[in-house]
Write a protein that binds this ligand. Structure first.
Ligand code: SIN
Length: 311
């Protein structure tokens, strides 16, 4: 009997596949579609202290090898997602979920997390340290000192399961430095990777999205090798108590299999979900199970992290 069940920080999920924050998760209606699908969980759109319109449209475009977006964190406000998830999890057969949040300033982040700490919500929270698309706001996790200071302040009061959504790193020394920071904290998970920030896609002689004169986060096929490298680099470096969620370039069961082989305990789907819709979870789950079955693997633990190297 092949199972794609998994767990993160003691929370059980019937399936390791779910959406990536930003895709199919802005409204209750979209989140309920993911809830009703074969996905094992959902993560909400990253909620900020106040609701945001985000950047001007067009701000997402599919490309031949993936996508580019500069959404700019449009969202309903973190309390919309908190209230919704609290209500949903009262249902007897509710899945476990992730609430994604970040403030536009450290003060906002603390206000949000202190409210979550005081709330009835006991579930998983993903702190987004990696959005490349808010003009004037850098991707926090590229600044290790700021990240360490922020996490130090957060863990002085936050006691519930918390993980961080990371940007891609591209240098071995940066993997070492980032992991050294994360290993200082009782993080439940890291999620690698957000989009590759500030790419440029051109059609004829013109950019294809409006914000920031066309600069935007790159997702899809282009980013799978970078995503796999980040998942595996953190799998090799992080304390075993810090689990890894793999995100980036997943559009088939084989892609999900590779993320798990690199060390992911859960796998998120962004661009391909945007293009194919929530039915994708049925297809990719079947493909992943077929690969596992062919190889004689019954659970993710049979192959998670067991990437082989050449002699
Ligand atoms: C966005 O809203 O700009 C995308 C989300 C992200 O990259 O974190």
């Amino acid at each position: 009997m092949v199972s794609t069940a998994t767990q993160i920080a003691g929370f059980n999920f019937d399936n390791c596949l779910m959406n990536a924050a930003g895709v199919y998760c802005m409204t209750k209606e979209e989140l309920l579609e993911i809830e009703a699908s074969a996905a094992g969980s959902f993560v909400t759109k990253t909620g900020t202290l106040e609701a945001r319109q985000g950047n001007p449209e067009p701000r997402y475009a599919p490309t031949t090898l993936g996508s580019i977006n500069s959404m700019g964190l449009p969202n309903m406000g973190y309390d919309y997602y908190l209230d919704f998830v609290l209500d949903l999890e009262k249902e007897p057969n509710s899945k476990n979920h992730f609430i994604s949040v970040v403030g536009l300033s450290p003060a906002d982040t603390h206000t949000i997390l202190k409210t979550l700490e005081a709330s009835a919500y006991q579930g998983l929270v993903e702190l987004n340290l990696s959005c490349p698309n808010v003009p004037g706001k850098p991707q926090i996790a590229y600044d290790f000192e700021t990240t360490e200071n922020l996490l130090t302040e957060i863990f002085a009061y936050y006691t519930k399961p918390l993980g961080v959504k990371l940007p891609p790193y591209f240098d071995i020394v940066h993997f070492d430095q980032a992991a050294a920071v994360f290993n200082k904290f009782p993080l439940a998970f890291v999620n690698s990777i957000n989009s590759i920030g500030n790419g440029l896609v051109i059609n004829e002689e013109t950019v294809i999205i409006k914000p920031k004169n066309g600069f935007g986060g790159i997702g899809g096929n282009y980013i799978k090798p970078t995503a796999l490298a980040n998942v595996h680099a953190f799998y090799q470096r992080l304390n075993p108590s810090i689990q890894i969620i793999g995100t980036g370039g997943v559009k088939s069961g084989r892609d999900a299999f590779e993320h798990i082989l690199c060390g992911a305990s859960m796998v998120q789907i962004g661009t391909a979900l945007q293009e194919e819709g929530p039915e994708i979870f049925t297809r990719i789950t079947e493909e992943l199970k077929a690969i596992m079955s062919e190889k004689g693997y019954e659970s993710l633990e049979d192959f998670r992290g067991k990437l082989q190297y050449l002699d």
